[in-house]
Design a protein around this ligand. Structure first.
Ligand SMILES: *[C@@H]1O[C@H](CO)[C@@H](O)[C@H](O)[C@H]1NC(C)=O
Ligand SMILES: *[C@@H]1O[C@H](CO)[C@@H](O)[C@H](O)[C@H]1NC(C)=O
Ligand SMILES: *[C@@H]1O[C@H](CO)[C@@H](O)[C@H](O)[C@H]1NC(C)=O
Ligand SMILES: *[C@@H]1O[C@H](CO)[C@@H](O)[C@H](O)[C@H]1NC(C)=O
Ligand SMILES: *[C@@H]1O[C@H](CO)[C@@H](O)[C@H](O)[C@H]1NC(C)=O
Length: 466
């Protein structure tokens, strides 16, 4: 009995020290912040565990995180653990780390000395953690990363949001020690962190990177060519430059010319000018192009030839007159278009969004083509509800392919008698709409009747006479 107790206690103690080790190798602080939440909360349905400002007294609550797939650590002061001895783990600790199901770790609002990070990073090699994210962290000083020489980690996705660190140019040693791992990284995000440039050498380390998100930084046109130099990011398929300091459409094209595998490019929320002409060609693999919110007043040329998805919403376009034979989805909502672009230019199209433009009618022949798309939206346009106008829209709605917004987003702008009406409520009947359609046959019938009558009368007369 006593032996059982003892074994139990030993197990509990081991679990406890394990959890302490888990914490420690994450380089997280155990500072009790008076009055604030300082424990872990586990949401079983989401398999998500969040720990706030852990303190030594509440460290026991981290045990429940061992069943989570995502663990988030919020806040804490880890500076005081710089001098803490971090030795090698014994085999049972390694087994425990190997049995954890944690796949993603988020570290938020922490002041992180790089010395500590460099010392604990290699322990990730015993885990199955695939994603590591730092949010609102400050990286301090420079660490000695030589322990990571030749070391691979299971982490394939790394992200930094709103972080501050010493300039990247001071980190050559870190990049060379970490290269065995970084060469295998597939996703990298460095967002909202005032990045102005990336040295050419960094891109060459990320040989397997497929996705790079640099949104909400201060990259300018001139910083692209060095960052995406020959041999940098050779496998890159997805790049987001959303919300940066880019200003020339052709400048961006020239800066990204050397990314042979690029399929998705997001340039949204930059103020792009498309004035000067250029012979620049976009990467031939480009399929998804986001030019939403880029202050464009004309469609820039050249566009990538094989695009499948093009988002030019939220611009100042008056007309769209380009042909893209592979295009499947075209987003033109929130522009100044007065007419529906000709669908003959996009034989493969299945989605077209035209909300919030200045379109007042849909031409009858286009309506037939629009009706064949899977998803069309034309809400919030100033429709003319003449009989044919309202009729064409009602016909389109009847196909069932009119997406979100019907009927409440479709209102008449004219004529005066229907202003403000829902297009769906405008009475559209043959009698009401097309007077000619009713009057012409009526005249013909009347004419025929009168001819027949005349013949009858003429015939009748001789009869009576006889
Ligand atoms: C867990 O998360 C789900 C979904 O977000 C939420 O509905 C539920 O209330 C959470 N449970 C606890 C115990 O917080
Ligand atoms: C960014 O991080 C800093 C700490 O480095 C924090 O004070 C600030 O609130 C964060 N900003 C946002 C928008 O999260
Ligand atoms: C944006 O780029 C221009 C040059 O293209 C530069 O003068 C300006 O300082 C940059 N702004 C920021 C916030 O980096
Ligand atoms: C383009 O970017 C905008 C904003 O940045 C986003 O809302 C939109 O969904 C993106 N479009 C596509 C087709 O992904
Ligand atoms: C149209 O623009 C208005 C005002 O900017 C906005 O409130 C509305 O949501 C937009 N409608 C659509 C369908 O985008």
């Amino acid at each position: 009995m006593a032996k059982e107790m003892c074994r139990c206690e030993l197990a509990a103690f081991r679990l406890f020290t394990m959890s302490a080790a888990v914490l420690l190798f994450l380089g997280l602080g155990l500072e009790a912040a008076g009055g604030r939440r300082n424990r872990c909360y586990f949401n079983r349905t989401e398999e998500y565990c969040v720990c706030y400002n852990l303190s030594e007294e509440t460290i026991g609550s981290i045990i429940q995180c061992l069943a989570a797939t995502v663990v988030e650590f919020e806040g804490g002061d880890v500076e005081k653990y710089i001098g803490f001895p971090i030795g090698d783990l014994d085999s049972s600790a390694i087994d425990t780390l190997g049995s954890l199901v944690i796949q993603k770790i988020i570290i938020g609002n922490v002041l992180l000395p790089e010395i500590l990070l460099a010392r604990v990073l290699r322990f990730f090699s015993y885990t199955h953690v695939q994603e590591l994210a730092f949010e609102s962290c400050i990286f301090q000083g420079t660490g000695d990363w030589s322990d990571m020489d030749g070391q691979d980690l299971p982490i394939r996705s790394l992200s930094f949001h709103n972080v501050t660190s010493a300039p990247l140019t001071g980190h050559e040693q870190a990049f060379s020690s970490l290269s065995t791992w970084l060469e295998t990284l597939e996703e990298l995000a460095v967002t909202g962190s005032r990045v102005t440039s990336l040295p050419c050498a960094i891109g060459k380390v990320f040989r397997a990177l497929r996705s790079l998100n640099l949104a909400q930084n201060s990259l300018s046109d001139g910083s692209l060519a060095p960052a995406f130099c020959q041999g940098a990011f050779p496998q890159l398929q997805e790049l987001s430059l959303h919300h940066n300091n880019l200003s020339s459409y052709h400048g961006v094209c020239e800066g990204l010319e050397l990314l042979p595998e690029l399929r998705h490019l997001d340039l949204s929320h930059n103020e792009l000018m498309a004035d000067s002409s250029s012979s620049c060609q976009w990467p031939a693999a480009l399929r998804h192009f986001n030019l939403s919110n880029t202050a464009l007043d004309t469609v820039p040329t050249p566009l990538p030839a094989h695009l499948e998805v093009l988002d030019m919403s939220h611009n100042h376009l008056h007309a769209v007159d380009v042909s893209l034979s592979s295009l499947r989805k075209l987003f033109l909502n929130q522009n100044l278009l007065q007419a529906v672009p000709s669908l003959r230019n996009y034989p493969m199209l299945d989605t077209l969004h035209l909300d919030n433009n200045s379109i007042w009618e849909l031409p009858g022949d286009e309506v037939k083509l629009l009706g064949r798309l899977q998803d069309v939206t034309v809400a919030d346009n100033p429709f003319s509800c003449s009989c044919s106008g309202a009729g064409e829209l009602q016909t389109l709605a009847a196909t069932g392919h009119l997406g979100q917004g019907w009927p409440e987003g479709y209102r008449c702008h004219s004529p005066a008698e229907y202003q403000g009406w829902l297009v769906a409520q405008v009475p559209v009947s043959v009698l009401h709409c097309d007077l000619a359609a009713v009057v012409v046959p009526l005249c013909v019938v009347l004419a025929l009747l009168s001819v027949a009558g005349a013949v009858f009368v003429l015939r009748a007369r001789p009869c009576r006479r006889s």
